[in-house]
Design a binder for this molecule. Structure first.
Ligand code: ADP
Length: 512
């Protein structure tokens, strides 16, 4: 009861109960770029006073310096989240929905400002950043509603003197480690589900993109989300591993959700095993993109442009291995090349008309460069691009290589860059064998107008998600996640809340 009164005063302060329609923002995006982390409702520096630089990948300009927190700061955040959980878990789903809804409305109101922050720190074209904001906010909107539908069960008891009920409880403090490729949406996808379930959060955003996380914290404060419920701990790469270890092993943390590389995911999985923590992992993919002879080629080309070049190829569900059936191979390749040359405009994502930004950092640029070079050395053939872009900096040319085999580095590994790697195939069986010959199993795509084939291939592709005649499968309502080494658990949809709740079985005995 005490907590309900407290929440109501937050609500009054933040005019939550008025629920006015969102207005377009008149503020400047930079007013959301605090050079601070956010712990227990306060914008704070690192205890050590240390900071790290954040630069714009489009031109390497310094955007600012954010707190380089270490384990002592992370512990303060965990303590705050743990304390806040003691009251937040007792609020009603409806009360949580009201503040989450307010958070969503503020994200909508300041969408363009937060999108500009995404572009500045990740290099993503502004139109894509606005798309990410719509996508990211839609998780908050969805979970504000879904939280009200976390219901239990009353089951048939085997005994007349017993009643058996299952209720669902929030797990507690949820830790989140997020990547740079979707600096907003990868946080909201996790945090909104956790908070709607009654959990509190400690978020460790990627070192390349901390400002989007801080902007979300600012709006969470404005929305009246109570202190300690949503915390952001910023750190440089140097402190990430130690903070990660603390988040995985602290007895006050109930679960961890991670999106990032498979190597780091495996490490965190091991660390979480010590305390048998709940874990959700969204790791790397190596998506097959199959175009069958019966495909509508214009749909397939558009699908490939979306699935390959969104975020300059830096998404875990990017099409990685492009398999094309022999009869339509030449035509398809010609169309892809033509479309790339016509549609792709390389540059700073903040400039009008740009559709293709830089890679995120030097290490990503080196990785793409080396993968292409070693693929060509091992027998693949270059059709377009294949080198650093003349703009210099972190730009890499939109590239096509063909004659890729299973051992070709660009085929065997997730590229995370703008490289179309082609392979010709003859039969459906051959395409499926190639597609499934990997330890990854995140997304897969295929294009076919043959209904029986669609059904067969959809079932046989060994991936957690399948785009059928579609290259854009992400939506808050979709159930996102992988199999094999691509991850555990699902995010988005009502299933996204499962990670943050547990069943408690109540057995009422001795009933007359
Ligand atoms: P990438 O190589 O694409 O940057 P990472 O998996 O290294 O992907 O990074 C994803 C997130 O994981 C970032 O927030 C990063 O700081 C964090 N991270 C990196 N290494 C570790 C680690 N050893 N333990 C915990 N978190 C880590």
């Amino acid at each position: 009861m005490k907590y309900i009164i407290r929440l109501s005063s937050y609500a009054r302060k933040s005019s939550l109960l008025k629920m006015e329609a969102p207005k377009m923002s008149k503020v400047c995006y930079s007013s959301f770029m605090h050079n601070k982390a956010y712990i227990n409702g306060q914008f704070v520096t690192a205890a050590s006073g240390k900071t790290f630089e954040v630069r714009n990948p489009a031109n390497r300009d310094l955007l600012g310096c954010t707190p380089d927190m270490d384990v002592s700061d992370a512990q303060v955040a965990i303590d705050a989240a743990y304390d806040a959980f003691q009251t937040w878990q007792n609020t009603t789903a409806k009360e949580r929905a009201l503040v989450l809804r307010k958070w969503f409305e503020l994200c909508e109101k300041y969408k363009e400002d937060l999108a500009m922050i995404i572009t500045k720190e990740s290099g993503k074209p502004l139109a894509e950043s606005i798309g990410e904001m719509t996508y990211g906010s839609s998780f908050i909107e969805l979970y504000a509603e879904e939280g009200k539908r976390v219901n239990g069960e009353v089951v048939q008891s085997p005994s007349p003197s017993k009643e058996m009920i299952f209720i669902r409880k929030p797990i507690g403090v949820a830790a989140m480690i997020t990547p740079w490729n979707f600096p907003n949406a990868m946080i909201t996808r996790k945090a909104a589900a956790a908070m709607a379930a009654g959990c509190t959060c400690v978020v460790k955003p990627a070192e390349d993109t901390p400002y989007s996380a801080i902007a979300l914290a600012d709006l969470s404060q404005q929305a009246g989300i109570p202190s300690g419920v949503f915390n952001v701990v910023t750190s440089s790469k140097a402190n990430a591993a130690d903070i990660g270890t603390l988040l995985c092993t602290s007895p006050k943390v109930a679960g961890l959700s991670f999106t990032g590389s498979t190597a780091v995911g495996k490490l965190l999985y091991k660390q979480c095993s010590e305390g048998i923590k709940r874990i959700g992992l969204e790791l790397g993919g190596n998506a097959p993109f199959i175009v069958f002879d019966s495909a509508d080629l214009s749909k397939a080309v558009n699908g490939l442009m979306a699935a390959k070049f969104r975020n300059t190829g830096q998404t875990c569900i990017s099409a990685n291995r492009i398999l094309v059936q022999s009869k339509i191979y030449d035509k398809f390749v010609e169309l892809v090349k033509e479309t790339m040359q016509k549609q792709i405009v390389v540059g700073d994502g903040a400039e009008k008309g740009v559709t293709f930004g830089p890679l995120i950092n030097e290490s990503q640029l080196h990785k793409v460069e080396n993968l292409v070079k070693s693929s060509l050395d091992s027998g693949a053939k270059l059709l377009l691009g294949g080198k650093r872009h003349e703009k210099g900096g972190l730009y890499y040319e939109p590239t096509i290589i063909e004659d890729c085999a299973e051992h070709t580095p660009c085929f065997a590994e997730e590229i995370f860059g703008p490289v179309v790697c082609l392979r010709k195939f003859e039969s459906e069986e051959e395409a499926l064998a190639i597609a499934n010959s990997t330890n990854s199993g995140l997304a897969g795509y295929f294009f076919s107008e043959n209904l029986s084939q669609v059904w067969r291939v959809a079932h046989k592709l060994e991936t957690g998600m399948v785009g059928i005649n579609d290259g854009m499968i992400s939506a808050a309502e979709g159930c996102f996640g992988g199999i094999k080494e691509s991850g555990i658990g699902r995010e988005g949809s009502h299933h996204g809340m499962d990670e943050y709740t547990y069943f408690k079985y109540l057995c009422f005995g001795g009933l007359n």
